[in-house]
Design a protein around this ligand. Sequence first.
Ligand code: ADP
Ligand code: MG
Length: 383
Amino acid sequence: MTAIGDVLEGKDICICAGSGGVGKTTTSAAIALGMAGRGLKVCVLTIDPAKRLADSLGLKELGNEASRVDPRLFERQGIEIKGELWAMMLDAKATFDELVARQAPDEESRDRVLGNRIYQQISSALAGSQEYMAMEKLFELHTEGRFDLLVLDTPPTRNALDFLDAPRRLTQFIEGRSLRVFMRPTGFAAKVAGRGASVALSVFKRIVGFDLIADLAEFFNAFSGMVDGFQARAKRVNSLLADKRTCFLVVCGPQGEPVDEAVYFHRKLVEAKLPFGGVIVNKVHYPAERLRGDVADLPAALRERLDDADLAQRVAENFTDYQALAERDARNIERLARELRTAAVIRVPYLDEDVHDLAGLAEIDRYLFATSEQREALAAGRA
Ligand SMILES: Nc1ncnc2c1ncn2[C@@H]1O[C@H](COP(=O)(O)OP(=O)(O)O)[C@@H](O)[C@H]1O
Ligand SMILES: [Mg+2]
């Protein structure tokens, strides 16, 4: 088994993907912390951190910019850190606005698009599929070259694969028929913008309360100048994702279904020729190695110590159930490693508490960054 440090050797970008609730946000933050601890300047782009985790990273909701996690916070929690940890919370709508601002040929057309009511609707809808904007931001940060490593958390999409599709979907939208009909020089927009606006349109204007048609026309006119820029950029985003310095990690749970999803997701990555780095199985029930030999005698041993036969019985049953879970997890993980034909399967235990601060992330890192011997020792110690 490999440690995450080996998987990320020489990488610029690490993308944590997987279905919702498995621990992508936690894992991304933990990886970033761990790599920063080892001397890199790392930035984690989170999407939906739990409030307490966001607070503990000093993340502000607004801004859409990376900010450095205050080094004093590490000191206070007794965490040694050689590099720098930066974090940002992605604001998809703001990212879209920045993208438009960048593609606009001049300030006037930028303001025309950003202030346009149609744009505001469309951008919220598109930003609603945060995937593309996440990669857009990633691309921007990577181009700026301020960080040694970027760790991207991915949105809580129901279908983990939406994420892979995002760049293609944006290109499709831009190249799409509906938009092109509008944007042809002789198209709808041009006609409306021309003098032929009929009485019907002014009636329409009265009904919807604002000049929808004029807004549409203006939007498509201004937007059409940016289409080439958008397309070129989407291509560059795609090639960055496929680059050998990028690495996709699949995060999953240890139960049957999440493992199946991880296998499927891995296959899609390979088909899309995207660089797969490894799997992180989170919330694993570790077997209690120390007790394994005496499980049969456990109720008796407990009765002696607890002086309460009923309680002893329940504790013993609980322990047996837990062992069964641990065995099931181990079988699933074995199957996962076999199907993915990879040694890079990293297990992180189900901790007793939610992970909501730097100390919690550091605890996760003990497993993510452990060598295989260290990991065995950790597992045995958790009895
Ligand atoms: N190894 C773990 N042990 C215990 N709780 C965990 C672990 N990993 C994540 N959690 C908790 O599970 C919840 C979901 O994690 P999160 O990282 O937000 O998932 P995702 O981003 O995949 O939706 C959070 O409350 C988090 O603190
Ligand atoms: Mg998340």
